[in-house]
Design a protein around this ligand. Structure first.
Ligand code: ATP
Length: 241
């Protein structure tokens, strides 16, 4: 509490043609914290992240990152300002090697020595990627591809990472492993994280602050320790009665 806000969304609306996917979303993420947006399939979670990173332009509202207005900026510009997006479904380049996928994370930069150092630093969190560095990314398992997608985001040396559904299609064991690494990245590098998840249980355990999204609107927000104890969160998102 009291830490400075690094990301602020005010009344953001985004649509796909006639389909309104998010309807006036306001949220804040404080520097150094892990925040999460929970919601069921189709609630609009991915759309929030795509709007922040500039993949989709909002129809209304504003987005500020580190005090600067980044509303509808180019994705490359947003990355350059220190905000990296790990998309849903990882989206690694299957025919490129692990190393070349990591290099893609530095596409906005030209300082080769620093990039090489940042690739090394990213791989310290995922030793398996070092072993597989020369293999095609398409040969990695789903969990390893998720690791690669996170490592690729780290190569941009971001202040903040947008993480879309890292648990998708992974076993509980691998999910746990990946979440532990995400927490380490947050603690050791001070990287702020906005995590979007259908796996509410996992997300509420690692995040500090949470928002609940339904039909494109935030319907609840609180510290995760508090959200975990709310009856409707237990019932609808944690499968308890
Ligand atoms: P999921 O976990 O399935 O990705 P989500 O909460 O991230 O769910 P979004 O992907 O943001 O939800 O989708 C929000 C709404 O926008 C849904 O109704 C969805 O059908 C719609 N939508 C998403 N992408 C598109 C698109 N490219 N074209 C049209 N409608 C879309």
């Amino acid at each position: 509490q009291g830490a400075e806000e690094i990301l602020v969304l005010s009344n953001v609306e985004s649509a796909y043609g006639p389909i309104k996917a998010i309807r006036g979303v306001s949220l804040k993420v404080r520097q150094g914290e892990i925040a999460t947006v929970l919601g069921s399939n189709g609630a609009g979670k991915s759309t929030i992240l795509k709007t922040i990173s500039g993949i989709i332009d909002p129809n209304r509202g504003s987005i500020h990152f580190r005090g600067e207005n980044i509303t509808a900026k180019d994705p490359a510009d947003v990355v350059r300002r220190g905000l990296s997006h790990v998309p849903e479904g990882r989206e690694v380049f299957p025919l490129l090697s692990v190393h070349d996928n990591l290099l893609m994370g530095a596409y906005t930069r030209s300082d080769r020595d620093a990039v090489a150092r940042d690739i090394e630093a990213a791989m310290t969190y995922f030793p398996i990627l070092r072993e597989r560095e020369r293999q095609d990314a398409g040969l990695l398992s789903g969990g390893q591809q998720q690791m690669l997608a996170i490592a690729r985001a780290l190569v941009a040396s971001p202040q903040m990472i947008l993480l879309d559904e890292p648990s998708l299609g992974l076993s509980p064991k691998l999910t746990k492993e990946i979440f532990e690494i995400v927490v380490r990245i947050n603690r050791e590098r001070g990287t702020t994280i906005l995590l979007v998840e259908q796996n509410a249980n996992m997300a509420l355990n690692v995040a500090d602050y949470g928002y609940v999204l339904e039909n494109g609107r935030i319907v609840m927000e609180d510290r995760c320790a508090v959200l975990r104890e709310k009856e409707d969160v237990k019932e609808f998102y944690l499968g308890m009665k």
